[in-house]
Design a protein around this ligand. Structure first.
Ligand code: CA
Length: 245
């Protein structure tokens, strides 16, 4: 038997919640070979118990599960900063994908998928969970304060709980206040090059951020749509101090 090459990128503590015994074993061994510490659960009830104890970086979550299904588990996890959630589901339906992202999943994998794709997504999501050390920089807009050094977001003084991916998207925008970031750049920087054309992710996560940050999500002032080009944090940056006519 040939050993796979050592894992590139971060390793983490993972929980696999999947009721299909053979798939659960395959996922577990692929992830362990890549250097991750893996725990598993064969149904939603065991999964909920293990999640309650905490300590996981990423959860791989099946939707169709006995006792407590994946939708309900997503609901329980919503608003937690950790773990990140990758939904794995047999349903290739685009509406399910949007629903999973809308309910707080960080990513979505449709069965069947290869080990390479699985490991790439886990690496990408772990990078978002861990983040990178960043110079202390605080960006303000309206009542929202994004502290990039501490990775903390507040609205009217109260902490806003964001998922790892919600935070990374907001930070990417807030690092360039008033500047339009185009769709492809945001998708590539936040999710990775393989997502560059997948606007669904961006649209869904922008809506999630607006629900948490905006005083009126229908009239956004913090995560602003910039025509068909992309999004912008706050009002447009003034060029050379000139005000618009
Ligand atoms: Ca299942």
């Amino acid at each position: 038997m040939t050993e796979p090459p050592p894992a590139a990128g971060p390793s983490g503590r993972l929980l696999v919640i999947e009721d299909d015994d053979s798939l659960r074993r395959i996922l577990r061994s692929a992830l362990e070979r890549a250097g991750h510490r893996v725990d598993d659960a064969e149904d939603g009830l065991v999964g909920a118990e293990k999640l309650g104890k905490g300590g996981y970086d990423v959860v791989l979550l099946d939707i169709g599960l006995p006792f407590i299904d994946g939708w309900r588990l997503l609901d329980i996890l919503e608003g937690r900063r950790q773990p990140a959630v990758i939904v794995i589901s047999a349903r290739g339906d685009e509406r399910d994908k949007v629903r999973a992202l809308d309910l707080g999943a960080d990513d979505y994998l449709t069965k069947p998928f290869g080990a390479d794709e699985l490991l790439a997504r886990v690496r990408a999501v772990l990078r978002r969970v861990r983040g990178t050390a960043e110079a202390a920089l605080v960006v303000r807009c309206g009542g929202v304060v994004v502290d990039l050094g501490a990775r903390v977001v507040t609205r009217s003084g109260a902490e806003v709980r964001l998922s790892p991916t919600e935070y990374v998207l907001l930070a990417e925008l807030a690092r360039h206040p008033g500047v339009v970031m185009d769709h492809r750049t945001l998708l590539t920087r936040v999710w990775g090059p393989m997502y560059a054309g997948d606007r669904n992710y961006l649209r869904t996560f922008v809506q999630r951020l607006r629900r948490k940050l905006e005083f009126d999500p229908a009239e956004p002032e913090i995560v602003v749509t910039a025509g068909r080009r992309g999004y912008r944090f706050g009002p447009p940056a003034e060029l050379g101090g000139q005000s618009a006519p």
